[in-house]
Design a protein around this ligand. Structure first.
Ligand SMILES: Nc1ncnc2c1ncn2[C@@H]1O[C@H](COP(=O)(O)OP(=O)(O)OP(=O)(O)O)[C@@H](O)[C@H]1O
Length: 258
């Protein structure tokens, strides 16, 4: 439950799409400076919940709170200015622009002058170790670099909260490890509250202090990694889905195959 403290939270949030209950009385909170996980099988409602928390999807019933302030009905760009940033499953970069301009545009959109935004973009790129990509046209970036730039854009002007929608999708184990280091630094060095949505359950178990599990629009489990790893309800939710390469791997990692 949300406590009105320094956290981003959903309280009793329900969303319906033409009769389909995508979210049903969902409660979730993301504390500042910590990494919280959100997992669940395909179609569980994870992206819908991120969309609700970032203003891209109107709340049906229930409330969304940011550090004690109710956010319902606030559009995405205003939420971004209030410190709620996100990445998308698709990078959504300006593909014809160099990387540095992609970051600069965000800074200007947040109210910085061009000069301030360029300086901030350079600072963020250096912090992430991607300064060498600054003049590369975004559309020419390899997939994993594109993901890093998307994170760079999201941490322009240091948000209070960052919601990452499947940031490790398509990454190798080595690349996922590098990503894990960055996500941890965002929480510990910048004090950002991170919500990590991932099908790579190993990454979520490694990084997150607390994990929420969604299934068919309902939170079926909340707990520390050890609790999630040993949860019959979670195992059942994953085993009940169709076999595919993403779901079977985490089920095995959770001990289902052992
Ligand atoms: N705009 C929409 N209109 C109608 N139905 C939608 C819409 N967006 C999502 N849904 C449905 O809502 C349910 C939840 O979808 P959502 O994308 O939030 O799940 P998810 O957990 O993010 O899935 P995945 O892991 O596959 O990305 C699904 O049944 C989906 O088909």
């Amino acid at each position: 439950m949300t406590s009105g403290g320094l956290e981003l939270g959903a309280r009793d949030v329900s969303v319906q799409f033409e009769g389909l209950k995508a979210l049903s009385k969902v409660a979730l909170n993301v504390p500042r400076g910590r990494i919280t996980g959100l997992i669940g099988p395909n179609g569980a409602g994870k992206t819908t919940l991120i969309n609700v928390l970032t203003g891209f999807q109107p709340v049906g019933t229930g409330t969304v709170d940011l550090d004690g302030e109710m956010l319902n009905g606030i559009p995405p760009h205003k939420l971004r200015r209030k410190g709620v940033a996100r990445t998308f499953q698709s990078g959504r970069l300006f593909r014809d622009l160099p990387v540095v301009d992609n970051l600069e545009v965000t800074g200007v959109g947040m109210g910085q002058t061009r000069r301030e935004a360029i300086a901030e973009a350079e600072r963020v790129m250096a912090w992430l170790g991607i300064s060498h990509l600054g003049s590369t046209i975004a559309g020419a970036l390899p997939y994993t670099d594109e993901r890093r730039v998307a994170i760079g854009r999201a941490i322009m002007c240091t948000p209070r909260y960052l919601l990452l929608d499947e940031p490790a999708a398509g990454m190798s184990e080595h690349e996922s490890h590098d990503l894990a280091v960055i996500i941890r630094r965002i929480a510990t060095e910048l004090g950002v509250g991170v919500l990590l949505i991932e099908h790579n359950i190993g990454l979520v178990l490694e990084l997150c202090e607390r994990i929420f599990v969604l299934d068919s629009g309902e939170i079926i489990e909340v707990g520390a990694p050890a609790q999630i790893r040993n949860s019959d309800a979670v195992r059942h939710a994953y085993m009940g889905t169709q076999r595919d390469e993403v779901i079977t791997a985490p089920a095995a990692e959770m001990g289902a195959a052992s």
